[in-house]
Design a protein around this ligand. Structure first.
Ligand code: ZN
Ligand code: ZN
Length: 111
């Protein structure tokens, strides 16, 4: 059997989930929920480099703006003035839903 390679899912919908998370709906039917704390900690900008250490202040975990940048990226504007842009690929990489966690994209090596 050939491996099922993920195509290139795009963002279909974006919404805030309560005050501490956002939801992303994908064109391939996937649904992701990202805690804001996690999104800030993994901010891929040059300053954060995807690994913010230590405690994240409250103002750095609250959103002022949330928007889509076309189909392939998401913009987050934080209350402390920081700005984060995630590409769809980066977002899918950090999805921690049951489906993504249970099925890591590993090639099956034949023995
Ligand atoms: Zn950053
Ligand atoms: Zn997922």
């Amino acid at each position: 059997m050939a491996l099922i390679k993920p195509k290139n899912p795009k963002i279909k919908g974006l919404n805030e989930v309560g005050r501490y998370a956002i939801g992303v709906q994908w064109t391939d039917g996937h649904d992701s929920i990202y805690p804001l704390d996690n999104l800030r900690r993994r901010c891929p900008c040059d300053a954060c480099m995807g690994a913010v250490e230590g405690e994240i202040p409250a103002a750095s975990r609250r959103l002022e703006r949330l928007s889509r940048l076309g189909d392939n990226a998401m913009f987050l504007g934080w209350i402390d003035g920081h700005e984060t842009i995630y590409t769809t690929r980066q977002l899918r990489d950090i999805c921690r839903c049951a489906y993504c966690v249970a099925e890591p994209e590993r090639p099956i090596t034949g023995g």
